[in-house]
Design a binder for this molecule. Structure first.
Ligand code: ADP
Ligand code: MG
Length: 725
């Protein structure tokens, strides 16, 4: 076994840097070449069919069967032209990754020949064998049917020789089995609620879209080293490993130049992404060694999320060509920063106005304030649900670990806007103003800002950054659809309530601007406790948050409780996003995935400890024993081999600790498996009674790593994983 580590290190030394050539020096020459986008539709479709697809994209109207037939044959023609042989419905089941089932275009004909065919039906709907995807009890195996259905708002694309059609995934009984259906429903709710509120200001607005720009953090590790670490291979993170002497304390990686091998990977990955119409724009090193980030330009949210899912897949594929493995896990290495996925979110109208961008005139400012304050109020009302939407066993390592935002949801606005809001909250608003303009007395002018001016508070989970909010607590491997569904639906619900509140005042005869302002003022007061400008990593904040009544739920199983409360059920019903059955199913799936992941980690930990670590420690100990015996044989005094004796004793202490605790951990697992039925309790027990062994076992294994002869140590060490050439 010890050979694997050194063989891997040898392979790393022999790596060369491949030369990467983009299809053209001008990105615009090849951007989106592998996407059946609007431009290509126009070229391949009749005017009628084109109009029908556009109508469906923009207004969600169903596409008529005849038209679907036309679109399918156009897609096929385009794809076959580009060398495609297969097609697949591409969807996002609740496993967290993406799924595909490839079918060939080929169909035999009656006369014994064959044709390439792709029907409207095949485009519109497919029936993958759904029984192996999580459904949380929605779909019993006897009705194992699930359907994927075309989502025209996200364009089809070519991956290798396969035409991929983005789809939703629903059960036979119509319930959502994926991430996309609830997201699309939340977006519909937001569109409706936001347009209604926009009409207080501008009757010409017909549609509001949410926008999203996702910053993706990741680690790279050489594939040979990765393969030599069974824990990384199986669980995505290292379960053992003593922190290397040099890690991120010098903070020299962030501003350092990108290593050549990594740059080649990035260029290759960017080219592939750009061909798929993913507008990747930014690349840089991150804080931790071998950690990097990429970010596209923001897009309509459904597309942005599809693109991020696709990007994660693409990164993995391209990395293999470069003998790298991409680690998307939230916390691959203890003691070193983990990875997140900042979700930059705003709302934009069909007239091109960003509703979270402060305007030049008082009227525009009131419109900005309306959407701004409603977002704050929404997060205040449903902070726990937002927290639940980012909960996962992986993300539990980050939240509150002084590198990512704490598990307390709060909102950071920056000093300028805080001042503005404080002034509004305390300003005296005359209810009987005759002239509109006097309303604005006492209300500060909002600086036309901010983009460059907003403070960079990295410790806040939800920060306003000039013309968008940035949700920073999302885990790097997560599907952003989960938090974005929640964010959009809580804002939708809030805007609906806002409209009701304002309309009530209007009915009472209040002037419009006054009614808006009164409501905004009230919301500001009510939601005050969610606003926090200080250091989110500090202990003081934990205490203060508690006195403010903000929750601070540190582990996933309990954070998920809020998904099935009455308050949440009402919210889901108001916005039409989840039925109670769907909410319960999701809750169960998440709990199940939680304990199963802990279970897998515990197993890998036990196996590695027993079969790899302890044998290495014993091998070294035997060598020392031989040595001591030899020294004794030649008549030397005990003082000459005292050090050896000390090491032998220490090795035994650690070996015993590891062995005993692994046994206890296995027993704890068995107890739970045999005695705990209920899934929530199982998840909690796995956290409190199994996961609780991880740290102590690791501590002693890492001590062994420090003691054992380097040439006998079987697992690549942190310094080797993190600093590669
Ligand atoms: P950083 O937060 O690292 O300073 P940027 O400000 O450049 O990065 O933006 C990060 C992401 O936010 C990018 O994907 C960018 O396109 C996106 N973004 C910018 N404006 C908006 C907006 N109005 N709505 C949503 N995303 C946006
Ligand atoms: Mg950012």
């Amino acid at each position: 076994m010890s050979n694997t580590r050194f063989q891997a290190l040898q392979s790393v030394l022999n790596r060369t840097v491949p030369e990467i050539k983009a299809p053209s020096t001008k990105i615009s020459d090849f951007y989106g070449a592998n996407v059946f986008d609007k431009k290509k539709m126009k070229e391949y479709l009749s005017d009628d069919a084109y109009a029908s697809v556009i109508n469906s994209i923009e207004h969600g109207e169903p596409i008529h069967r005849d038209m679907a037939e036309q679109v399918a044959s156009a897609m096929r023609a385009w794809a076959i032209n580009k060398g495609a042989t297969h097609y697949t419905h591409w969807f996002q089941p609740l496993t967290g990754s993406t799924a595909e089932k490839h079918d060939s275009f080929f169909e035999p004909t009656a006369d014994g020949g064959a044709i390439e065919r792709f029907s409207g039906d095949a485009l519109a709907q497919q029936e993958p064998d759904a029984s192996s995807f999580p459904s949380g009890g929605i779909r019993n195996t006897f009705e194992a049917r699930g359907y994927t259905a075309w989502d025209p708002s996200s364009p089809a694309f070519l991956m290798g020789r396969t035409l991929c059609i983005p789809t939703v995934f629903v059960s036979y009984t119509g319930e959502a089995l994926d991430y996309k259906v609830p997201l699309l429903k939340a977006l519909t709710a937001l569109d409706k609620a936001a347009v209604d509120v926009c009409h207080y200001f501008d009757k010409s607005i017909e549609k509001v879209n949410a926008s999203l720009g996702i910053e993706q953090e990741y680690f790279l590790v050489d594939i040979a080293l990765f393969n030599a670490r069974p824990d990384l291979y199986v669980t995505g993170r290292t379960l053992f490993g003593h922190i290397s002497a040099k890690n991120q304390q010098l903070e020299d990686h962030y501003f350092g130049s990108i290593p050549e091998r990594v740059l080649a990977f990035m260029q290759d990955m960017e080219t592939e992404a750009l061909l798929l119409g993913i507008p990747l724009k930014t690349r840089h090193n991150e804080v931790a060694p071998s950690q990097f980030e990429c970010a596209p330009i923001y897009e309509e949210i459904n597309l942005a999320i599809d693109h991020n899912q696709l990007l994660m897949d693409l990164m993995d594929r391209v990395a293999k060509r470069h003998n790298f493995k991409v680690l998307l896990h939230e916390k691959p290495y203890a003691g070193i920063n983990g990875s997140g996925k900042h979700n930059n979110w705003s709302m934009i109208t069909n007239t091109g106005k960003n509703l979270l961008s402060p305007g030049k005139t008082p009227k525009n400012n009131l419109m900005f304030l309306t959407f701004f304050v409603n977002t704050i109020k929404a997060v205040y009302e449903h902070a726990d649900l937002l927290r639940a939407s980012i909960a996962s066993v992986n993300n539990d390592h980050r939240l509150g670990a002084n590198e990512a935002p704490p598990a307390i949801i709060s909102i950071f606005l920056g000093s300028q806007l805080t001042e503005v809001l404080d002034e509004i909250e305390t300003s005296r608003l005359s209810k009987k103003i005759k002239e509109e303009n006097t309303l604005w007395q006492g209300i500060p002018k909002i600086p036309q800002i901010l983009a460059d001016n907003t403070d960079r508070n990295r410790t806040s989970p939800f920060a306003f950054t000039g013309n968008k909010f940035e949700l920073r607590a999302v885990g790097s491997s997560a599907n952003s659809a989960s938090p974005m569904t929640v964010l959009n639906l809580i804002v939708a619900d809030q805007l609906k309530k806002f409209k009701t509140d304002v309309d009530k005042l209007l009915k009472k005869g209040e002037k419009k601007d006054v009614a808006l302002m009164i409501t905004i003022k009230r919301y500001l007061k009510e939601s005050r406790s969610i606003r926090f400008e200080g250091n989110g990593y500090s202990e003081d904040w934990e205490k203060e948050a508690e006195t403010r009544g903000l929750s601070n739920i540190k582990t996933t199983p309990k954070a998920l409780d809020v998904m099935i409360t009455e308050k949440t059920a009402e919210l889901f019903a108001n916005t039409g996003v989840f039925t109670p059955r769907e909410a319960h199913a999701r809750h169960e799936i998440l709990l199940e995935s939680y304990y199963k992941k802990v279970q897998i980690e515990a197993r890998v930990m036990g196996e590695l400890a027993n079969n790899v670590i302890i044998p290495a420690a014993i091998a070294y100990q035997s060598k020392l024993v031989e040595n001591v015996k030899g020294l004794k044989d030649i008549g030397l005094d005990k003082s000459t081999y005292q050090a050896q004796l000390d090491i032998i004793t220490k090795l035994s202490e650690h070996i015993n600790f590891v062995k005993n605790n692994v046994e206890e951990m296995v027993q704890a697992r068995k107890n739970i498996n045999n005695n705990v039925e209920e899934v929530r309790q199982k998840a909690i027990d796995y956290d409190e009674k199994v996961r609780s062994y991880f740290q102590p076992i690791r501590y002693h294994v890492d001590k062994l790593e420090q003691l054992v002869d380097d040439s006998l140590w079987p697992l690549p060490k942190f310094r080797e994983l993190l600093f590669f050439k």
